[in-house]
Design a protein around this ligand. Sequence first.
Ligand code: 2AL
Length: 247
Amino acid sequence: MIAGMKMLLVNPNTSAAMTAQIRIAAREVAAAGTMLTAVNPGFGPESIEGHYDEAVAAAGVAQVLREQPPHDAVVLACFGDPGLDAAREACAAPVLGIAEAAFHAASFVATGFSVVTTMTRTCIIAERLVQRYGFERACRGIHGTDIAVLELDDPASDAFDRIEAASRQALERDRSGAIVLGCAGMTTLARRLQQRLQVPVIDGVGVAVKFAEALVALSLGTSKRGDYATPLPKRYSGWAAPLGWPG
Ligand code: 2AL
């Protein structure tokens, strides 16, 4: 670990409460010397629960990256990994999405895993990510709970119990050995759920932070050869004008 590495945590939705939770969860696992900045975009959806939300949130991620100074590593803390490839173009530092990081971590500790996520409509988004990242063999099922993302912020909600019940069913039905939590808002539940289920419960925020630290320690940044090369400088128009890459 490099002493004093600077990590940027980007919550692509605009819920400041969730950004604060993500920061706390990341702090719990980050090395003592890792300095964390947690931010969310100034515009966009307050929760990301569909393709449309994701499209706008990805522009929010671009805004954050244009505004922030360079960091040693970046973590995109939304399970849809919105704007992940764009963020890699924009950064020389390693950029990790929590879905991709979680799938990798799960495959290290179990031959098969199940994803337990929020709204059922987001299951197709997770399924496409599984395909894009090549985890079709290891991912044995994706399960919606119809818990809204912002409900996870509400201490009075029964979200934990519903996620536990869905996880038990998933482990049984899918014959899987681990649970991947399909939302950054579930990060604070992971430890307790793992104690209850007695199988690895993977929270993408935690694993992305630790993978990012490992990549930085190994001096591995985003390749600037090929499609992750810095965006071409050009004029952007209208409200997106500040997002264009300068020449
Ligand atoms: C998410 C997430 O991680 N943050 C958010 O707003 N939506 N993902 C999800 N499947 O609900």
